[in-house]
Each structure stands twice: as C-alpha cells, then as structure tokens.
Design a protein around this ligand. Structure first.
Ligand code: FE2
Length: 155
C-alpha cells in the first residue's frame, strides 16, 4: 500500500489547485495511517472526508476550467464523473463492512498522479493565462476565484 509524497513534478503551476491536490495527498496518507494503526473510527472519518473533499475539488476545478474557457471541459468533467462513481463503489463496499483501504489507496495514488500529470496539466496553460499573476498567489478576496472556493468548500 503506497504512501504518496508531494513532489514538484505534480504541480500544475496554479497555487490554489496545487493546494487542493496536496490536501488530497494528505488524505491518502491519512488513509494509509488509519489502515496501519487499524483505527476503524479514523478510517471511517478519513474515507468520508476524502470522498467529500475530492468531490468539492472536482467541482471547483470544473468551475475554474469553465471560467477560463477551456475547450475540453466536457471531457474532463466526464473523467471526474467516472472517477467519483468508482470511488462511490468503494464507499458502498466499505459501508457494507468490506476492507477496501488497500485497493482504494492503490487506485487513488495511481489515478491522482496520472490525472494531475495528464488531464490537469492540459488545462493549466489556459487557466494560468486567465488568472495572470494570480495563478501563483492565493485567491484575492472578492474575486470570482474566492467566490468559487466558498461555494465548493464552504470556507
Ligand atoms: Fe481534474
């Protein structure tokens, strides 16, 4: 069961998106820890949070792509949908008492790394251009980006 370390080759060059990807990496590592220590409560919580967070992240990413006029938004959204469906199946199996942690963690690690390096990197140029200097900064208060953050993460 692999743990995942954030390395710069996972960066898409957009600070707010990198931050969210890092958070997902954290969740994957928490999942790993909960599995190792065998803490059921923790495992439950991490799994729920990971799914919830990933869903929010996808929604946020789609808004950013749409806002930037990315041409392949529809295809990217479809990739997200299929992945959410896949995670949902793991969630169901987990709820019915099956230990899916190792399998789920393996899929998360390989999927996330591939997805970031291919699909996410594909929209990066268009989004960076749209954000201008803002791509390398935290979102400005009152801007559309911080609005989208609030909408998806209630934060
Ligand atoms: Fe994505």
């Amino acid at each position: 069961m692999p743990a995942l370390t954030w390395t710069d080759d996972l960066s898409v060059g957009i600070e707010v998106i990198d931050g969210q990807h890092k958070r997902i990496v954290d969740y994957i590592n928490q999942l790993h820890e909960a599995h190792v220590t065998g803490e059921k409560e923790l495992l439950n919580r991490v799994l729920e949070e990971l799914i919830d967070y990933t869903q929010s992240h996808f929604g946020f990413e789609e808004t950013v792509m749409e806002e930037a006029g990315y041409a392949f938004l529809k295809a990217h959204r479809r990739v997200h949908e299929l992945f959410i469906r896949k995670i949902g199946q793991f969630h169901d199996r987990h709820r019915s008492g099956e230990d899916v942690t190792v399998e789920l963690s393996n899929i998360l690690v390989s999927w996330l790394v591939n997805h970031i390096k291919r699909e996410d990197r594909d929209y990066a140029g268009v989004v960076q251009k749209h954000l201008g200097a803002g791509a390398s900064e935290p979102p400005r208060q009152g801007g559309w980006l911080s609005g989208a953050l609030r909408r998806f993460f209630r934060g």
